[in-house]
Design a protein around this ligand. Structure first.
Ligand SMILES: [Cu+2]
Length: 131
């Protein structure tokens, strides 16, 4: 069955390719210079799932929205009233601005959130997987 072989090859190739944007799998989005580039708008952090190798990296976030936004890296498992550990955060980015912060995290799962107003509750968050 030649068709079956081609299908299996296509599946293997799809699995090997990094997926940009908010696909089902977290993409490796750190470039060779150790920079993770994010896009902010109402009310999203894109890509929504980011996977990076452990170690130091830099988050560079550009605000493409019409409101101000930022990005903070916080501990996972947020519940109402629970205090989160904040590992890093950018300055506030006005529309069109790019802000950055350096991060050095142990392997694990973290949340990326906008800490302004109730943007997190409106969906402006993502998942960061380190290691
Ligand atoms: Cu925001």
């Amino acid at each position: 069955m030649p068709g079956r072989r081609a299908t299996l090859l296509a599946i293997a190739l799809a699995g090997a390719l990094p997926i940009a944007g908010c696909g089902a799998d977290a993409a490796v989005t750190r470039d060779d210079a150790g920079v993770v580039t994010l896009r902010l708008d109402e009310y999203r952090i894109l890509p929504q799932r980011v996977r990076v190798p452990s170690g130091r990296f830099e988050i560079v976030a550009t605000n493409r929205g019409v409101l101000t936004h930022n990005v903070a890296i916080v501990s996972p498992g947020r519940r109402p009233g629970q205090v989160e550990v904040q590992y890093a955060h950018t300055a506030t980015a006005h529309p069109g601005q790019t802000v950055r912060t350096e991060v050095h995290l142990k392997p694990g799962k973290y949340r990326m959130v906008c800490t302004l107003a109730n943007h997190d509750n409106l969906g402006q968050y993502g998942e960061l997987i380190v290691g």
